[in-house]
Design a protein around this ligand. Structure first.
Ligand code: IPE
Ligand code: IPE
Ligand code: MG
Length: 239
């Protein structure tokens, strides 16, 4: 039988090209892009998804022109404040992964507050990846494990996949079952490299600001038709 994904991760890409096509500024594209998050989040709640992860800003994105970065930070801060109502209504818990100490203080403050306000909510976990890079996350984990080994908190022969996962930002989350990337780019761009080992990948040419509930449902339906083998043999007889 087809199985619902527990965790869906989305690389929201194509805001800049969406804007360019319309003769608008890149920031207009980001504005439109951030405004798409609510509809997709509500669709995920309806579909009884447990975790929805959005890649909103990568560590590499800090290299962009400072005006674009500043504009994005303002939009993200606004999002974190404005969506508190939605989180409450829909019983959604907001969390964030990434190097938050690199974010402007005012964004950190609103992020901490939104997390705190929603921490007891029991429905969907809405995970926003901010200032996130996967290789950097893995290096951070290695350093922490080495420190714990030095302090004799970890035995070297006890280091395995399960223990390693506990040192990642995603320690309390299941791995994504489905990764969606918009805008036609066919790459991972330093996102959840460890966690995506056996995720199903779904690419669509649509730019993120054009991605709607119907597109999301199409991706979920496509996922349900997939036959996941995890290196073994098919468990399904009819699919
Ligand atoms: C995704 O859209 C949003 C972020 C990376 C912050 P882009 O800004 O990458 O849009 P394109 O890829 O240039 O069209
Ligand atoms: C990935 O998109 C990061 C986010 C969507 C936040 P990018 O636009 O930064 O990725 P590349 O540069 O095309 O690989
Ligand atoms: Mg891009």
């Amino acid at each position: 039988m087809s199985k619902n994904p527990r965790h869906i991760a989305i690389i929201m890409d194509g805001n800049g090209r969406w804007a360019k096509k319309r003769g608008l500024s890149r920031i207009e594209g980001h504005k439109k892009g951030i405004a798409r998050i609510e509809e997709i989040t509500k669709a995920a709640v309806e579909q009884k998804i447990e975790v929805l992860t959005f890649y909103a800003f990568s560590l590499e994105n800090w290299r962009r022109p400072s005006l674009e970065v500043q504009g994005l930070m303002l939009l993200l801060k606004k999002f974190l404040i404005e969506k508190r109502e939605l989180l409450k209504e829909e019983d959604i818990r907001l969390i964030s992964i990434g190097e938050r100490e690199k974010l402007p203080k005012s964004v950190q403050k609103e992020l901490n507050k939104t997390e705190e306000l929603s921490k007891n909510n029991k429905g969907l976990i809405l995970n926003i990846s901010l200032s996130y890079g996967s290789r950097q996350e893995i290096i951070r984990a290695v350093r922490k494990i080495a420190e714990d080994a030095q302090r004799k908190k970890v035995k070297i022969n006890k280091i395995n996949e399960r223990l390693f996962s506990k040192y990642l930002y995603t320690k309390n989350l299941p791995d994504p079952d489905l990764l969606i990337r918009t805008s036609g780019e066919l790459r991972i761009s330093n996102f959840l490299l460890w966690q995506l080992s056996y995720s199903e990948l779904y690419f669509t040419p649509k730019f993120w600001p054009d991605f709607q509930k119907s597109d999301f449902l199409e991706a979920v339906d496509d996922f349900k038709k997939r036959n996941r083998r995890f290196g073994g043999l098919s468990a399904k007889k009819n699919n």
